[in-house]
Ligand binder design. Structure first.
Ligand SMILES: CO[C@@H]1O[C@H](CNc2nc3cc4c(=O)[nH]c(N)nc4cc3[nH]2)[C@@H](O)[C@H]1O
Ligand SMILES: [Zn+2]
Length: 372
């Protein structure tokens, strides 16, 4: 097999459908990656994740390096065997998690020194260390080690941070060990500053990667600014490579980002919502703790084949969450991930059929129509 590659199948406006060919299998895009932060998609067995139709999952270098640690992951046969997932795994590089999780951290030109949020122990991440850990984890897709500046930030701060991330991208690429079917993605930075985004894309495409991520977004800037940043950033990226929008998003975010040329997504929303009684459906979201569900014998969604919808009722989910039963978060996480995968399949089919505008209008109308 050659290096990992994304092969286009169809376009509809800026939107693209294609396949990501990897050493661990082929993934149809657009695709949504369930978040498996610490080597588990929270509240899900991997059989359940597979049943939703997920093709690729995400892991986090930051969490896995702290616990169980790369050496123990290796002793368990590597991340794929440890998790019971033979498909592709994309690992984030740790910088974002350090900045958003690490209690105490010191950023310097060479990397980041931080104390574990678990036990306070001292650790260091650099482009080389992060890339080596991702290699030890046998990540199918390795992410560059970057710095994602917290917003709001001055254009000067964004520019300094982007320039640092581009230097770190070159060092990450230098440390990457190329293997057939494996790849490394560069991460575009530059906040919501058009000229900085353009410079970042130029720097990354001159280095050359198997795919490109758009970072520095979904950090509180809001959907309008995220979309306007995508409007001028995705068209600058090579048509022949996969594009991954990090940390996004709601169903409406996913649809709008696919319309702007994005192929890959990851977000904690469907799994986090599943644990907090929030159900995603074709008609918007439901709070399963709400008393109005107490006697409702209908499934969460009539269009869903997940275990919650095929075997149980809204009344049962309501009962489970009111009783704080562990089965509640399990079933609702399963449902939310099944909904996200069904949504991506619907969007993908519309791109291939050439009717994404009509399908998008129907999706938005249904979300606005409210519960059945
Ligand atoms: C605002 O909600 C919080 O934010 C996260 C989602 N938003 C997000 N933006 C990201 C940007 C980057 C980046 O620039 N670089 C790297 N390496 N990884 C990233 C990961 C990201 N995730 C969720 O954790 C959620 O809790
Ligand atoms: Zn369901």
């Amino acid at each position: 097999m050659n290096d990992m590659r994304w092969i286009a199948e169809a376009t509809c406006g800026q939107a693209r459908a294609g396949h990501l060919h990897t050493a661990h299998g082929v993934v149809p895009t657009p695709t949504f990656m369930p978040v498996g932060t610490a080597g588990t998609v929270k509240a899900m067995t991997m059989d359940a994740v597979r049943s939703t139709g997920a093709g690729i999952v995400l892991g986090n270098t930051y969490h896995l390096m702290l616990r169980p640690g790369p050496e123990r992951v290796r002793k368990m046969g590597g991340l794929h065997k440890m998790m019971d997932w033979s498909g592709p795994i994309l690992t984030d590089s740790g910088g974002f998690q350090v900045m958003s999780l690490g209690a105490l951290r010191k950023l310097d030109q060479d990397g980041v020194t931080f104390n574990s949020h678990i036990d306070g122990s001292k650790h260091r991440l650099t482009p080389e260390i992060s890339t080596e850990i991702q290699h030890a984890l046998d990540a199918t897709i390795t992410m560059c080690f970057d710095e994602c500046p917290a917003l709001p930030a001055t254009p000067e701060r964004i520019e300094q941070s982007m320039a640092l991330s581009m230097r770190w991208a070159a060092r990450s690429r230098e440390a990457f060990i190329a293997r057939p079917g494996y790849g490394q993605f560069g991460i575009v930075q530059g906040g919501t500053e058009r000229e900085l985004r353009e410079r970042s894309v130029k720097a990354l495409t001159e280095i050359g990667f198997e795919g490109y991520a758009i970072g520095g977004l979904a950090v509180g800037e809001g959907q309008e600014l995220m979309f306007s940043t995508l409007d001028y950033t995705t068209p600058l990226l090579p048509d022949s490579h996969a594009r991954y929008l990090m940390g996004v998003g709601t169903p409406d975010d996913l649809l709008g980002a696919v319309e702007r040329g994005v192929d890959m997504f990851d977000c904690v929303m469907p799994t986090r919502a599943g644990r907090t009684a929030r159900a995603y459906t074709e008609r918007g979201t439901l709070n399963m703790r709400n008393a109005r569900h107490a006697d409702d014998l209908r499934p969460i969604s009539p269009h869903c084949d997940c275990l919650a919808c095929s075997r149980h009722s809204r009344a049962y989910l309501h009962h489970l969450f009111r009783s704080n039963e562990i089965l509640g978060p399990m079933l609702l996480t399963w449902h939310n991930l099944a909904y996200y995968q069904r949504l991506m399949r619907t969007i993908r089919a519309a791109i291939v059929a050439g009717n994404l505008p009509e399908t998008a209008a129907k999706l938005r109308a249904d979300w606005a129509a409210g519960d059945w």
